[in-house]
Design a protein around this ligand. Structure first.
Ligand code: COA
Length: 319
C-alpha cells in the first residue's frame, strides 16, 4: 500500500514584515538580508492567530482539494514546535476545529524538519494498512520565539502553515522517506522553554542560533541526504522533476541544487516572500507549486528539510 497525496493547502497570515521594516527595528539592511539569505519579506501571525488556527486554514484547503470531509479522516499528525501550550497538543486543537470524531491526533516535534518527520510517520500507518486517510500538517509561528532585538534570528523567520491529505493507493505516492538526527548540535540552534521554577531565567526563553555553524552543517548533511535518497530509489538526479527544499536560506538551497546538478528552474522557492516558516516551509512550497501548475501528477519530487536538533530528512514522492 502506498500513501498518495490527494490534496494540499497552505495558509499565510496577512501581516507582512519587510526588510525595510526590519531596518527600522535592528541594525541590518535590505541588501545584507537579500544577499545572505534571499529573503525579502515574511508573514507574521496576527494577535488572534496561532499555529492551530493557521493549521486549520491550511487543512481545510487540503481537504477541499482532496474532496474529503474531515469526518472521513483516520488520523491527524501535526508538525510544530511553537504551539501555545505544552498540552493539549496543537493536533488536538486542530482536530476539535475540524471534526467531532475521536480520531487520534498528535504532534511531532522536529523543528524545521517536522513536516518530513510527520509525513514519514503518517506513511508508516498507511503502508501497514492501519489507516487509509491521514491529514499531515506543518504549522509554526517561530517569529514569536525570536527576541525582538535579535537581528540574527529576526530576519529569517516567518509564520504559516501547510497541509496534505494522504490516502492509501496502489500506485505512486511516497516511495521513500529518510530521517536523521544529531542531538549533539543542540547548542547551535534551539529555543528554551520558560523555566517556571526559575522566574529569573525567563529572559532566556528566546531562540538562539549560531548561524554560520548551522549553515555549514546544513549544507553538508543535506548534500549527503539527497544522494542517499536518490541511491535508495536507484535514481539519478536527472530523473527528478522538482526539488522542494526547506526554505531557510537561498544559499543553502542553491548548494543542494548544485550538488544534484539540478537547474534552479526545477527548484521550488517561496522564501523571498515567506522567510523560514519552519515545519510549514516544505508543505507551503509544495502546495504553491501544485497550485501554480508547476508540479503535476506523475512528477517525481524530492522533498528535504534541515533544522534544530539537528534533525533532517527527505521524502521521494511520485506525485
Ligand atoms: N544584518 C546585518 N549584518 C549582520 C546581520 C544582520 N542581520 N547578522 C550578522 N551580520 C554581520 C555580522 O556581524 C558579520 O559582520 P563582521 O563581518 O563585521 O563580523 C557579518 O554580517 C557576517 O556574519 P555571519 O554570521 O558570518 O554571516 P553569514 O554569511 O553566516 O550569514 C546567516 C548569516 C544567519 C544568514 C547564515 O549563517 C545562515 O543562514 N545560517 C543558517 C541559519 C538557518 O538557516 N537557521 C535555521 C535552520 S533551519
Amino acid at each position: 500500500m502506498r500513501s498518495v497525496i490527494t490534496g494540499s493547502g497552505h495558509y499565510l497570515p496577512a501581516q507582512r514584515l519587510t526588510n525595510a521594516m526590519l531596518e527600522q527595528r535592528v541594525d541590518t539592511s535590505d541588501q545584507w538580508i537579500v544577499e545572505r539569505t534571499g529573503i525579502r519579506e515574511r508573514r507574521i501571525a496576527g494577535a488572534t492567530e496561532t499555529p492551530a488556527s493557521m493549521g486549520v486554514a491550511a487543512a481545510r484547503q487540503a481537504l477541499q482539494a482532496a474532496s474529503l470531509s474531515a469526518d472521513q479522516l483516520d488520523l491527524i499528525v501535526v508538525a510544530t514546535t511553537s504551539g501555545e501550550r505544552a498540552f493539549p497538543s496543537v493536533a488536538c486543537d486542530i482536530q476539535a476545529a475540524l471534526t467531532s470524531n475521536n480520531i487520534p491526533a498528535f504532534d511531532v516535534a522536529a523543528a524545521c524538519s517536522g513536516f518530513i518527520f510527520a509525513l514519514s510517520v503518517a506513511d508508516q500507518y498507511i503502508r501497514s494498512g492501519t489507516y487509509q486517510r491521514v491529514l499531515v500538517i506543518g504549522t509554526d509561528a517561530l517569529s514569536r520565539l525570536c527576541h525582538p532585538d535579535d537581528r540574527n534570528t529576526l530576519i529569517l523567520f516567518g509564520d504559516g502553515a501547510g497541509a496534505v491529505v494522504l490516502e492509501a493507493g496502489q500506485q505512486g505516492g511516497i516511495l521513500s522517506t529518510h530521517l536523521h538526527s544529531a542531538g549533539e548540535f543542540a547548542d547551535l540552534l534551539g529555543v528554551q522553554h520558560p523555566k517556571r521554577h526559575e522566574p529569573e531565567a525567563l529572559s532566556e526563553a528566546w531562540m538562539y542560533m549560531k548561524g554560520s555553524e548551522v549553515f555549514k552543517v546544513a549544507v553538508s548533511k543535506l548534500s549527503e541526504l539527497v544522494q542517499e535518497t536518490l541511491a535508495a530509489n536507484q535514481l539519478d538526479a536527472s530523473d527528478l522533476d522538482w526539488l522542494v527544499p526547506h526554505q531557510a536560506n537561498m544559499r543553502i538551497i542553491s548548494a543542494t541544487a548544485k550538488k544534484l546538478k539540478l537547474p534552479m528552474q526545477q527548484v521550488v522557492t517561496t522564501l523571498d516572500y515567506t522567510g523560514n516558516t519552519s515545519a510549514a516551509s516544505v508543505p507551503i512550497a509544495l502546495d504553491v507549486a501544485i497550485r501554480e501548475g508547476k508540479i503535476q501528477r506523475g512528477h517525481k519530487l524530492l522533498l528535504e528539510a534541515f533544522g534544530g536538533g539537528f534533525a533532517w530528512g527527505s521524502a521521494f514522492i511520485e506525485y
